[in-house]
Write a protein that binds this ligand. Sequence first.
Ligand code: ADP
Ligand code: MG
Length: 325
Amino acid sequence: MKINDIGGEFALIEHLARLVPRQGADLIEGIGDDAAVLRTAPEPAPYLLVTTDMLVENEHFRTHWAAPEQIGYKASECNVSDIAAMGGTPTWMFVALALPRRTELEWVEALYRGLARSCHRHGIALAGGDTTQGPTIAISITLLGSVTPEKLCLRSHARVGDLLAVTGSLGASAAGLALLDKGREPTPYLLEKHRAPSCRMDLSDRIAPLAHAMIDISDGLASEVRHICARSKVGAELVAEQIPLHPDVAAAARLLGVDPLQWALGGGEDYELLFSIAPEQWPKLQAAAADCRVVGRVVEPAAGMVLIQPDGTRRTLAGGFTHFA
Ligand code: ADP
Ligand code: MG
């Protein structure tokens, strides 16, 4: 039996998790959110956050498409993004590396310069790791962080009636990748978004005290909405025309003759944030963090997940990136 036969990446995680104990009084949130949430001292002491993410050569990056500095920066930022999605602050980093024999010292040094640039940005200290030889390059980062209980934003916290909103704009990383794939030169903006995206730590701190649920957009908006719906046991309605797209994304879509919405919904690697928030908090949120747009709302679970298209028709929301598909 192949992994995809049981439903792909997320079904596999569920399947494997059942094989190992995963309960504990101080495990506030285990598998199923952007980071694990652990109680290390009685509230109101901050919770410990732990997240880990692995980048594999030719799956997540190609050494001839991205410089090692960019790969290192992105590897760190995608972990910080998971801490940001909890409403937390990153603190300590551990880096595990698998490197083929052919690897140049200069390549690894540059990788670490990229890591360091992200760590400086967020005040993160490197606290350890592991180094081994392997058939391709793999970079696995574990990042610790902290969050006060009242700022914690779980995927399971969305409520019927909430607005769904995103930071920044979506689809730029996927648009950049699509152009590269077709041998076209992406604009500097799309290239930066694809090769060295910066996560939204700048906004998460201001969103967290006001939001209910939050998740980072790493696998496409559709997939992240599905995670919030599943964990919160709610439905969702997205309005296609309200999903923010950068002008360069729209231009790339015209050039390649595709619908840019498919990059926003299913493209992934945007590292923006999706959150749910009570409508009465929205004016306060806008005053604190202007770079946010409402894209839909949380509805009764029976309504499922719906995309309202520009002509007013409703279709079931599909899409989102998953490994092993
Ligand atoms: P993200 O995209 O936010 O990094 P993932 O989709 O990678 O999150 O993971 C979803 C959840 O599943 C997280 O809680 C993560 O800790 C957990 N998880 C992923 N892979 C495994 C695994 N092999 N064993 C146990 N838990 C896992
Ligand atoms: Mg995440």
